[in-house]
Design a protein. Structure first.
Length: 200
């Protein structure tokens, strides 16, 4: 297969996953519900906390940045934290407590009841996200998982957004798409001022 043929094949398979999302009433309903929960959290003074490993760590940071900086237009920042950014904290916790407690330790220290924790795991089995879900439950934090079709986490979180695929890059592409959709809904509802300067 030459490069052009491969590119077309890849794009087609990626689009198929998003088409499945578009047709899934459960996924659409859960994404809408999670957006509403985040809006309610912001209205009562809570924050969003995100975590993931590898590419999912980058997605956690990406989504947090969209909330704190801006998404489609200028407006005040919204409080969001990615638990993947502080190398001193990550190495201290990893060294002292083990990699599996990388996020649960931070979540315990940073969260308060009513916050939203969004874990991102393409496999649905990331042990450090599972441990964080335990903390979220004990601390009365609302938990959300972005995952694929498989894994344990979809049954552990309060809300599961499961991408209908087992292929990691397609799951990741859909995760950031869902993250963008949630950011757009939240931004437009929290700051509905039509006079704000939009960049699209």
């Amino acid at each position: 297969m030459d490069n052009i043929a491969y590119i077309k094949s890849y794009l087609s398979r990626s689009i198929e996953v998003k088409e499945k999302l578009l047709e899934s009433k459960q996924v659409l309903s859960t994404v809408a519900t999670v957006a509403d929960l985040i809006i309610e959290a912001y209205e009562r003074g809570n924050k969003v906390i995100l975590a993931g490993n590898g590419g999912s760590a980058a997605d956690a940071q990406h989504i947090a940045a969209e909330f704190v900086s801006r998404f489609l237009y200028d407006r005040p920042g919204l409080p969001a934290i990615a638990l993947t950014t502080d190398s001193s904290m990550l190495t201290a916790i990893g060294n002292d407590y083990g990699f599996e407690k990388l996020f649960s330790r931070q979540l315990q220290a940073q969260c308060k009841p009513g916050d939203i924790f969004i874990g991102i795991s393409t496999s649905g089995n990331s042990v450090n996200i599972i441990r964080a879900m335990d903390i979220a439950k004990s601390q009365k934090v609302i938990s959300v998982i972005l995952c694929g079709e498989g894994g344990k986490l979809k049954d552990l979180a309060d809300y599961a957004i499961c991408i209908p695929s087992l292929i990691t890059p397609f799951i990741q592409e859909s995760h950031i798409c869902v993250g963008h959709i949630i950011c757009a809904i939240v931004e437009s509802r929290v700051f509905p001022n039509k006079d704000m300067v939009r960049n699209v």
